[in-house]
Design a protein around this ligand. Sequence first.
Ligand SMILES: Nc1ncnc2c1ncn2[C@@H]1O[C@H](COP(=O)(O)OP(=O)(O)OP(=O)(O)O)[C@@H](O)[C@H]1O
Ligand SMILES: [Mg+2]
Length: 204
Amino acid sequence: MKTILIAAQKGGAGKTTLCRNLSVAASMDGQKVLCLDLDPQGSLRGWWESREAETPAMLDRDPHPHALRPTLDAAKGQFDLCIIDTPPAAPEWLSEALSAADLVMIPVRPSPDDLRAVGATIAAVNTAKVPFAFALSQTPRARITEEAARVLAQHGRVAPVNIAQRVAYAETGATGQGVSETTDDKAGAEIAAVWDFVKGILNG
Ligand SMILES: Nc1ncnc2c1ncn2[C@@H]1O[C@H](COP(=O)(O)OP(=O)(O)OP(=O)(O)O)[C@@H](O)[C@H]1O
Ligand SMILES: [Mg+2]
């Protein structure tokens, strides 16, 4: 089983949205996916509870972050992939959770404030010596998006397709769907491309 942890200290960066959509895309690709919600806000679980499909899976209760490793060990036989959502800011357990992951995905909005804030997350993943990649999130079609990609590329890999600002991402937070399950083909194609990129890193 591979483990992807989604992290960004900046609130609203798009962590939960990435978690929801990657977990649906991976499930549609035939992987047995377990989602864990380590954010006390419970946004991922709220989405999952309004979901009709049976996959991805969640546990009856999410583990305490300090009990993440035993939870992952127990999930190994049953799942191919575990995708973990985390809260904003930097909880004291963050470095422990980062080091339990095979890959950390960092969503970043293309704004100067977000780019400034991502430095703390980059420092944390580098200290944990865990592979990581960025995904630009909530992007407008504007030069600021290309500039952000260029800045991020100096620090690590950047998903080749951006997650654009689209109503489908927000709406599916309420319907329990992934955008891949809606009629928004552009959003679906973006997520398929990000999943392909993530899979390439995990298998590489
Ligand atoms: N690509 C997008 N297009 C449109 N709306 C989006 C997109 N991504 C996220 N949003 C919306 O922006 C808000 C923040 O996104 P999300 O909850 O995924 O961020 P987060 O990093 O998990 O936030 P928090 O730090 O509070 O956990 C949500 O209302 C979500 O629906
Ligand atoms: Mg969230």
